[in-house]
Design a protein around this ligand. Structure first.
Ligand SMILES: Nc1ncnc2c1ncn2[C@@H]1O[C@H](COP(=O)(O)OP(=O)(O)O)[C@@H](O)[C@H]1O
Ligand SMILES: [Mg+2]
Length: 312
C-alpha cells in the first residue's frame, strides 16, 4: 500500500483534511506527530524519525517541524531548537530524489528571510511594493512620501500584524525600533489582499480576503469575507515565477491588488499555509490535488501510481 507521511501536530485541521483525501484514494496517511521528540536515526540505509522509516514513504507533507520554543532565551533552549531543526533538515534533505517532500526543506527558511524574499522578487523583475528593511530611524527616509503612506511589518513572516506607519517625529521611530529591533517598511497598497494557491506549476484557486472592518490594514485581523477573483494571465505568470523562485512545490501566494490601478503586487509565498478555512470559504478544492501529488510516483502520473480513480 502507498503510504504518505503528514508531519505536524495531529490536531491541525490541514492534517485531518489531507488524511481524509488520501484515504479516499486508497493511500495510507502516516501521522507524524511533531510534538513528540523526533528520535532521528540517519544511516546509509535508512532515514528514521518518529518511529518511521521515512524512505519507505511515497510522499511527505511538512506542515510543522515542532521546533522547541526558545521563549526563555537561554543558550541551552536555543541550542536544543537548533539541533532539532538540523536533524529535520538533514532527514528531509536525505529524502531528496526518493520521496516527494512538500515543501523541500530549503524553502522552509524563506519566511525568516522576508527582506531577502522581497528583494529577490524585485531582482527577478516581479512587481513588489517599494520596500526598505531597517534598524535605524534614518532608514524610514529611504522611501519617498507616498499618497497612501507606508506600512510596517516584521522582518520574519507571520510574527506580527502589518500596521500603517504614522509619520511622526523621530522619537516615534526610535520607540518602534526599540520595541521591534528592526522593521520592514513598504509602500501601502490600497486595495484587496488576494491569496493564490499553487501546486506543481499550476494555480488551484485565487480569492480576495476582505476584512469585515474596512479600516483594517492587515486582512488577517478579525472577521473576513472571501471572494473568488479572476487571475489576469500576467499575474498568473508572476505568481508562478515567484513560487518557482521560492523553491516551493505547493504555496499560498499573498498579493495586494491595487483598487485604483487594478495592478497586482507580490507580497510573499507561504510554504505551509492553512487551507481548510480557505477551501470552505472559497469552494476551491486544495487538498485533493495535493493528496494526488503526494501519492504520485516521482515523475509518474497519478493514474500510474494509484490505478483507477475513486468516485467522490
Ligand atoms: N504593502 C502593503 N500594503 C497594504 N497592505 C499590506 C501590505 N503588505 C501587507 N499587507 C497586509 O498585511 C498582511 C500580511 O502581510 P504579508 O506580507 O503577507 O506578511 P506576513 O503574512 O508574513 O505577516 C497581508 O495579507 C495584507 O493584508
Ligand atoms: Mg502573509
Amino acid at each position: 500500500m502507498i503510504r504518505v507521511g503528514l508531519l505536524g501536530p495531529p490536531d491541525r485541521l490541514e492534517i485531518g483534511r489531507l488524511s481524509l483525501r488520501l484515504e479516499e484514494r486508497g493511500v495510507e496517511p502516516v501521522l507524524l506527530d511533531s510534538r513528540r521528540p523526533p528520535e532521528f536515526e540517519i544511516t546509509a540505509g535508512s532515514v528514521r524519525a518518529l518511529g518511521e522509516d521515512l524512505l519507505a514513504l511515497r510522499g511527505l507533507m511538512v506542515i510543522d517541524l515542532g521546533l522547541p520554543a526558545t521563549g526563555d532565551g537561554t543558550a541551552e533552549s536555543v541550542a536544543a531548537s537548533r539541533r532539532h531543526l538540523a536533524g529535520w533538515n538533514a532527514a528531509l534533505e536525505a529524502l531528496e530524489g526518493r520521496v516527494r517532500v512538500v515543501n523541500p526543506p530549503q524553502s522552509h527558511e524563506l519566511h525568516g528571510l522576508k527582506p531577502f524574499e522581497t528583494l529577490d522578487y524585485q531582482w527577478r523583475g516581479l512587481p513588489v511594493p517599494e520596500t526598505v528593511a531597517t534598524s535605524s530611524p534614518e532608514g524610514f527616509d529611504r522611501l519617498p512620501a507616498f499618497t497612501h503612506g507606508t506600512i510596517r511589518k516584521s522582518l520574519v513572516g507571520g510574527l506580527d500584524f502589518t500596521e500603517a506607519v504614522e509619520d511622526g517625529p523621530t522619537a516615534d521611530r526610535e520607540r518602534l525600533l526599540a520595541e521591534r529591533g528592526a522593521v520592514l517598511i513598504q509602500r501601502r497598497i490600497v486595495g484587496d489582499n488576494v491569496r493564490v494557491f499553487v501546486l506543481d506549476g499550476r494555480v488551484l484557486g485565487a480569492a480576495a480576503i476582505i476584512p469585515a472592518n474596512p479600516a483594517a490594514t492587515d486582512s488577517r485581523r478579525g472577521e473576513s469575507l472571501v471572494r473568488r477573483v479572476k487571475m489576469p494571465v500576467a499575474t498568473e505568470q508572476v505568481v508562478l515565477a515567484a513560487v518557482e523562485a521560492s523553491g516551493m512545490v505547493f504555496a499560498a501566494v499573498d498579493l495586494m491588488r491595487e483598487g485604483a490601478s487594478g495592478r497586482d503586487y507580490l507580497l510573499e509565498c507561504n510554504s505551509a499555509p492553512f487551507f481548510v478555512a480557505f477551501e470552505k470559504a472559497s469552494g476551491f478544492d486544495i487538498a485533493s490535488p495535493l493528496a494526488d501529488y503526494l501519492a504520485a510516483r516521482r515523475g509518474g502520473t497519478r493514474s500510474e501510481a494509484l490505478g483507477p480513480q475513486p468516485r467522490r
